[in-house]
Design a binder for this molecule. Structure first.
Ligand SMILES: [Zn+2]
Length: 306
């Protein structure tokens, strides 16, 4: 699986600042011989490979300044493996808990759209919260195949395109752990703003590269990932929404709750040892528990002005 980078360095995909505002952030650590269909799968065992990234002094976004084309990214996600349906349910529960205070401020419960819906686990939670119409967009055929039957009618296969939806039609648009993966996150949230009804809300979940755990792990953090075209901080995640016309922008870190065997997957240690420990844990009584941890995930939101 090979990506052809664009030739010229791009401007900051958040604020538009040029190369003169960019400083080196991560060196290119890709090893083509280790890239596979699982490299583009959700919640894979971390590979600690990344494209070269720079950091924008103007807005705090770290980004790949020579990204692969939109077409080659779409092809990689379409063909990606999927093996994390259980963890998708745990993640959906964590997102629902974090989103509850935001939903209290939202008046409408009409239509909701999730960009990068996976198995549509979160749409199930939104149905429980009273949303009348549910739509999810997902490029990975394997993820859609892993979705329970009752969720399939909600899912549209492909990458998100604004033209497929009516303007002013959604009360809520969600994009969880996907803003890092698209080539132009500013274009995505600007499209979402046009698709929201006035008073509707966009909610994103991103990694916070400045969270203590990510700073501590450095290059051995799971956020160092060949899938990531940019990495946000709490500051730049909020700024993305402010810069694109949202109001009442806010954000909060939150805890994810997973089985210990899943958390182990993210710990930097030799692969053979990790594999053995994971096999020991799986099926043990200890692994039935869920362990809530703050690992630097950040929820940001902004409302469409009336
Ligand atoms: Zn910038």
């Amino acid at each position: 699986m090979r990506h052809d980078p664009i030739i010229t360095a791009r401007a900051c995909p958040l604020c538009g600042a040029g190369a003169d505002q960019a400083e080196p952030f991560l060196a290119d650590s890709r090893d083509e011989t280790r890239l596979s269909a699982s490299s583009f799968a959700s919640r894979k065992v971390p590979e600690y490979m990344s494209h070269a990234m720079v950091c924008c002094r103007a807005c705090d976004l770290a980004y790949v300044d020579r990204p692969p084309s939109v077409e080659s990214l779409a092809a990689s996600y379409h063909a990606a493996d999927y093996d994390s349906a259980d963890e998708a349910e745990d993640a959906a529960d964590a997102y629902a808990r974090a989103l509850a205070p935001v939903l209290e401020k939202l008046k409408g419960r009409g239509a909701a759209l999730e960009i990068g819906t996976g198995t549509a686990a979160f749409l199930d939670r939104l149905e429980g919260a009273g949303f009348a119409e549910l739509v999810g967009v997902e490029p990975s055929s394997a993820a859609i195949a892993a979705a329970p039957d009752h969720r399939r009618p909600w899912i549209r296969e492909g990458i998100f395109e604004e033209a497929n939806f009516a303007p002013d039609s959604f009360d809520l648009i969600c994009c969880f752990m996907t803003l890092e993966h698209v080539q132009d996150p500013g274009a995505l949230v600007a499209s979402a703003l046009r698709l929201l009804k006035p008073g509707g809300v966009f909610v994103g979940v991103t990694h916070d590269r400045r969270a203590w755990l990510n700073r501590l792990l450095g290059r051995r953090s799971p956020i160092v990932d060949v899938e990531h075209m940019q990495l946000f901080s709490a500051q730049s995640a909020r700024r993305l929404l402010e810069h694109n016309g949202y109001e009442a922008v806010g954000g909060a870190s939150f805890r994810n709750s997973y089985r210990p065997s899943y958390w182990l997957r993210l710990v930097p240690m030799p692969g053979a040892l990790k594999h053995r420990l994971t096999r020991l844990l799986r099926g043990s009584w200890f692994d039935r528990w869920h362990l809530p941890l703050n690992v630097g995930n950040f929820m940001s939101w902004g409302f469409k002005p009336y």
